[in-house]
Design a protein around this ligand. Sequence first.
Ligand SMILES: C[S@@+](CC[C@H](N)C(=O)[O-])C[C@H]1O[C@@H](n2cnc3c(N)ncnc32)[C@H](O)[C@@H]1O
Length: 215
Amino acid sequence: MGLSLRHTIHQKAETATDLLSLERSLRKLLVGKLEDRDRIQALNLACGRADETGVLAKIISEKTQNGHIEGLDLRAPEIAGANQLWKPALNNELSEGENGASKISCDFRIGRADQLDQWKELDSPDLVFIRHQNFWFDPKAWIKLYNQAINKLREDGVMVITSYFDKEHEMARQVLTKLGAIEVSHRFNPEAKLVKDSPKIEKTVDRHISVFVKV
Ligand SMILES: C[S@@+](CC[C@H](N)C(=O)[O-])C[C@H]1O[C@@H](n2cnc3c(N)ncnc32)[C@H](O)[C@@H]1O
């Protein structure tokens, strides 16, 4: 099982290296999770342009033959870009899927992830994924977002968050724990790549990755 898609073909070499590192970390952190399912429904919250869609599709395809990734973000241009890039890329993979490989589809929507209860049509996800979670941006909204994401998550689902910053990761972790989630695995990458747009504070790509389950 597993997609043969060359997920990074459309992306800059720098981004491709980050994505490869994310893929390796997720594969390790999700060992024994999301197994034996006919289908995996993933919800990528605050997904931006969702560069990691290929990685998610690949990880999902290693665990099941059918999957769907739904992305949600406030920013319209990023969502348009994600739909433009990833729908055709995964649809091409779909035709390979008919010959035995996995079939993973995707869709990206503009919307508030802290108002998830309004998205009645979204299935309960097996996997909630939040890359470079943005707790500092609006703590109240993000507490709501986490609460609703945990409520929406299937009982046997997993939630994965990644962070640019140590402190922001710790804050998210504390909120999630208070909301009743349990952290079951974590990876700190001390060699994570520095993001150049923020020279004064240590902002690095996928510096922390944590996996949570529901109590
Ligand atoms: C640090 S960026 C990360 C984007 C993407 N996940 C990545 O790793 O490149 C944080 C994202 O959160 C989105 N965001 C912040 N608050 C949100 C909310 N309440 N609902 C949906 N998206 C939100 C922003 O629009 C932005 O795209």
